[in-house]
Design a protein around this ligand. Structure first.
Ligand SMILES: [Zn+2]
Length: 331
């Protein structure tokens, strides 16, 4: 090969390598798109209950039934002392009110490169399509299901429970298609290769479930993931100091921590700014729920609860079927 041709080949190779690297690293969303506004955290006005489902109500993907060890309600993981912890944030949305999005909270997780799992309501995903796609596209995060309109699985009948689960799964699939199309258009197809085809983890609203509800999820191959550490961040009087203090006392290897990212978590973002480095200082590593499930033995219960069996049953009288604002619910 003469010198001119070999130089041209080398230059071409360099250009190809550069463009491959540029493509591989191009994110789907720009930093300006990921940024949020304080207004976004606020819930919308109460309206008439929206009983409509997603554009396509039947999920396309069917996963094999759950393995026996993943059945039941998962409270935490036995990790053999390995200091793994899963931060989880619920994105609850009722049928009669649009919920918010806590952009500063998500920004703290990104700043600290802390993996986390978001349990998103199906209707929340429909009302926040761009935010849902941003969470799906971010390799730090995992998106799970928090039912369609926050249904109470301690009260709902079988068909209503199935709709809460399946509509959310179908909405996720629709957004995954949209995300794939958007990433392709922006030359970032590579960035969404790792996004799951369907949701693998579910969080019961109000911490309420039943044997029938657990079986329904297990038959669909979806794990019911509750928690063993509650930030109690939806209480307006709860300070970030109290959240951090309690979490540092309660978190143990394999813990699953519950918080809110739909605007109902008041001091959550501020608490995370201290909690993440403090837990790392104690030797903890943050992982998504799915990574935690793969790294240990689930500690399960046959019921769902907050800190002791039966303690969430009081919500049945307070919230009924759970899908409308409690002001509207008449027991
Ligand atoms: Zn919720």
């Amino acid at each position: 090969m003469n010198k001119a041709i070999s130089c041209a080949c080398a230059a071409l190779a360099a250009v190809l390598l550069w463009s491959w690297a540029a493509c591989a690293q191009r994110p789907v969303f720009e930093a300006s798109e990921l940024a949020g506004s304080p207004q976004e955290k606020l819930p919308g006005k109460l309206g008439a209950p929206d009983l409509t489902g997603p554009q396509r109500e039947i999920p396309r993907h069917a996963a094999p039934p759950l393995a026996p060890e993943l059945r039941g309600s998962i409270r935490r993981l036995e990790t053999g002392g390995r200091k793994l912890v899963a931060l989880t944030f619920d994105l609850c949305e009722l049928s009669d009110q649009r919920a918010g999005y806590d952009a500063p909270l998500v920004a703290v997780l990104r700043e600290f490169k802390a993996p986390a799992t978001f349990f998103a309501g199906g209707k929340w995903m429909r009302s926040h399509p761009e935010r849902a796609m941003q969470l799906m596209a971010d390799p730090l995060f995992e998106v799970g299901s928090h039912a369609w309109t926050h249904g109470n699985f301690g009260v709902l009948g079988k068909e209503a429970m199935a709709r809460q689960i399946d509509w959310t799964q179908a909405q996720y699939e629709l957004l995954r298609d949209d995300l794939t199309a958007l990433a392709g258009k922006r030359g970032a197809g590579y960035a969404v290769k790792g996004v799951r085809d369907s949701i693998a983890v579910f969080r019961f609203p109000y911490g309420r479930c039943s044997a029938q509800a657990l079986e329904m999820l297990a038959s669909r191959g979806v794990a019911a993931v509750q928690w063993d550490v509650n930030m109690m961040d939806a209480a307006k009087t709860r300070t970030s100091e109290a959240i951090v203090r309690d979490a540092l006392r309660l978190v143990r290897p394999g813990s699953i921590v519950l918080g809110h990212a739909n605007g109902f978590g008041h001091a959550t973002a501020e608490a995370l700014r201290s909690l993440i480095p403090a837990l790392r200082e104690k030797g903890y590593e943050f992982v998504t729920v799915s990574a935690l499930l793969a790294a240990g033995k689930p500690v399960t219960a046959q019921d769902c609860y907050d800190s002791r069996p039966g303690d969430t049953a009081v919500y049945d009288a307070q919230f009924g079927e759970g899908t409308v604002h409690p002001h509207r619910h008449k027991p």
